[in-house]
Ligand binder design. Structure first.
Ligand code: UD2
Ligand code: MN
Length: 576
């Protein structure tokens, strides 16, 4: 995660978090009186939702704006009320030196009270929202490896101080085999003052995915709430999440992730109406709901926002449902991709993902991972993503591989491990197709199945390519003739049904298509000079397909940018 140049522009890998320049001018509001009186008998549809299946019908009350830090012990402390903290001049070298301990301003974090107050950034209407009085309890699970002491403590305190006690079953700290001494005995001693906090220690480094599974296995609450170990839960954060799970156990809900600034540790609110999406190749990102959509649906800033994918770190899920879904793919290592996996799984197998604007949690976005990857970082993440693509993306996985991941198709380079169980799980759960997901959950993603298709027209001969009786040749163009239909795939194959155009000495033949075979790849439309050519990929001497003028044959010749016999056009192009 890489912070951008200024507060308003955070880049997370190619992910943007939009955050407003201004920190809110009014800070913590007085907590609304613990309001258990405004009970209503009417089962009101909450959060403007039209799609909830009521499970139970407890009584309703206002969200407990519980915040024992509202009147902090030390109002003058640095960073208090979520305000920006400043490193004194003479401490700058120390602050710089300690940056690497967490890839954020560890020096400042250590100065700021572990139970500081932060501004209540919820939309105004949230204080009026109602929740049921028989919500399920939750186990909050923090997985960590080598987390900075003060941020880990601040995360835990924010949960203990701002969660209604009867809803907080326990806080589980899963230590993913940290190497730091202070995370051992010292942490045990510190946490022993809180009866709800339990520490689980993994004997070997498992990575955050298997660490979360270990935490879930140990949890006794009805709902699992996963959090990163460098967060600050805001006022009233928990009830709106649990309310949604209560209304429908297949809703998986995320708080709005706000920004705890990595440089000055200020608490910054983010723009409304942001939803989690992905871009190719499965890169998580934020995307603002279109104004038009907000207007048409008369959305309030407190309404849940349906998300094609979740960011990954912070969410609540019904515990039984988590296991029904087969938890996470335990074959995912260390970090990355599990957010895609669980998101596709949830939507395609009958659930939903929402961001709940009345629930807000600050998170420190860090420019780098402050822990070591047991194996190469890039390779680990790529491998995780390939597992997800293989299990969930159906024919669309080609789009993923085409975005810089061709090498993952070569089994001799990357072993992505066994996927049998994951594939069986998908069958057992009778999950829908990725096409269904695209059509219904993320219709605005541009995901054509091929780059181009139709006839392949040769500019020089004005004829079209035809594959008939096992022979590739030319004929008069005829769109109704299926033998003239080809597609240019994401992996750059020239495909006709299951056969693909392949070079054979100075000619071409048709071979069974195989995405892992580089010799079947043709470069088309991606070179400035050879605009309409079909050039063999990966040759030092550029070789292009050329129509033989007299014989209707096809040759492989040295590329020539002006020779029209080497220029080819498909009927339809779906990408530039
Ligand atoms: C985001 C998610 C994160 C996770 C990740 C993709 C948010 C705010 N964060 O990246 O939760 O979904 O994308 O995988 O949505 N950890 C371990 N063992 C490890 C590595 C990490 O326990 O081997 C812990 C780590 O200490 C932290 C949590 O897992 O508490 C998430 O790691 P991160 O903060 O480095 O991930 P982040 O926020 O960059
Ligand atoms: Mn994080």
């Amino acid at each position: 995660l890489k912070p951008g140049n200024d507060k308003s522009d955070f880049i997370i890998d190619s992910t943007e978090i939009h955050s407003s320049n201004k920190t809110k001018t009014h800070f913590v509001q007085k907590p609304t009186e613990l309001n258990l009186h405004g009970l209503s008998e009417e089962p009101v549809m909450l959060f403007n939702s039209t799609d909830v299946r009521m499970r139970r019908s407890g009584r309703l009350h206002k969200i407990m704006a519980l915040d024992v830090t509202d009147r902090p012990r030390d109002p003058q402390a640095i960073g208090q009320f979520g305000q920006p903290a400043q490193v004194p001049r003479d401490k700058e070298p120390e602050s710089r030196r300690r940056w690497g301990e967490g890839h954020f301003n560890v020096f400042l974090s250590d100065q700021i009270p572990v139970d500081r107050a932060i501004p209540d950034t919820r939309p105004h209407s949230c204080s009026e929202s109602l929740v049921h009085d028989d919500l399920p309890s939750t186990s909050v699970i923090f997985c960590f490896v080598d987390e900075v002491w003060s941020t880990l403590l601040r995360s835990v305190h924010s949960v203990l101080n701002r969660s209604p006690p009867h809803l907080l079953k326990e806080v589980i700290l899963v230590d993913d085999c940290s190497t730091k001494d202070y995370l051992k005995e010292q942490l045990d001693v510190y946490m022993s003052q809180f009866s709800k906090v339990r520490i689980i220690r993994l004997k070997e480094r498992q990575g955050l995915i298997r660490a979360r599974i270990a935490g879930a296995d140990a949890a006794t609450g009805e709902v699992l709430t996963f959090l990163d170990s460098h967060v600050e839960c805001n006022i009233g954060w928990l009830e709106p999440l649990l309310e949604r799970v209560y209304l429908d156990h297949r809703k998986v809900v995320c708080p709005v992730i706000e920004v705890v600034n990595d440089k000055d540790m200020s608490y910054m609110l983010v723009d409304n109406f942001q939803r989690g999406v992905f871009r190719w190749p499965l890169v998580f990102g934020w995307n603002a709901l279109p104004e038009e959509y907000i207007r048409k649906n008369q959305m309030k800033d407190s309404d849940p926002i349906r998300c094609p994918v979740m960011a990954g770190g912070l969410f609540s899920i019904d515990k039984k449902y988590f296991y029904e879904l087969g938890s996470y793919d335990p074959g995912l290592d260390v970090w990355g991709g599990e957010n895609m996996e669980i998101s596709f799984k949830i939507w395609m197998c009958g659930g939903e993902i929402e961001i709940i604007p009345c629930s807000r949690v600050g998170h420190i976005f860090r420019g780098d991972n402050p822990y070591k990857f047991p194996k190469d970082r890039v390779k680990t993440v790529e491998r995780n993503l390939a597992r997800v693509a293989e299990v969930w993306l159906d024919e669309y996985k080609e789009i993923f591989y085409s975005h810089g991941y061709h090498h993952l198709l070569d089994k001799s380079i990357t072993d992505i491990g066994n996927l049998t169980e994951q594939i069986q799980l998908r069958e057992k759960l009778k999950c829908k197709s990725f096409k269904w997901y695209l059509d219904n959950v993320y219709p605005d993603l541009n995901a054509p199945l091929v780059k181009a298709d139709g006839l392949i027209f040769n500019v020089g001969t004005r004829k079209c390519l035809i594959f008939q009786n096992g022979i590739l040749s030319f004929d008069k163009c005829d769109l109704s003739n299926k033998s003239q239909h080809f597609s240019y795939t994401w992996l750059r194959l020239l495909r006709h049904n299951t056969s693909c155009v392949a070079p054979r000495e100075m000619h071409v033949i048709m071979e069974p298509c195989d995405n892992a075979k580089p010799h079947l790849r043709w470069v088309h439309k991606s070179s400035a000079v050879l605009t309409e050519h079909l050039m063999m990929e990966g040759h030092s001497q550029p070789m292009c397909l050329e129509a033989e003028n007299n014989s209707d044959g096809i040759l492989l010749k040295g590329c020539d940018s002006i020779n029209t016999l080497q220029k080819w056009q498909f009927t339809h192009y779906y990408t530039q």
